[in-house]
Write a protein that binds this ligand. Sequence first.
Ligand code: FES
Length: 159
Amino acid sequence: MQKLSEAAVKQINEICDRHVNDKTPLMMILSDIQKEYGYVPIDVQELVSERTGISVAEIYGVVTFYSFFSLKPKGKYIIGCCLGTACYVKGAQRIIDEFCEILGIEPGETTEDGMFTIDALRCIGACGIAPAVTINGTVYPKMQVNQVQEVINEYRKKG
Ligand code: FES
């Protein structure tokens, strides 16, 4: 969302108006924007602030606190590497390092071609199959370092 188009401004205003009477309007507004655009950049936060009267500082605080929201666009495939305790003791750090090394990005970043984002996650409730990795909701159980390249290739082939 470089410069907000007229259509985007209209849609974001509509989202704000839709939730004006909700109990937690800000969460609802930001969730809808995240779902619609995939991220919530600063210029959008300013627009939400103007429309709702909620300060940009408060909006920014919410967007940066919850990992569900993103300030930057995410990749087509979001690789979530669990670094919770159970996964960590089973070598999750080496798994995420391997993803980072192969893709040339750090956790929280997206590849230049927009294909992959790597997220470091806390426990995702799959400790029994640690170390666990998720890619767009598909869970990869007991992930091994030597499987990482293969998994990336799989998604590259899909395009
Ligand atoms: S610690 Fe990774 S799933 Fe629980």
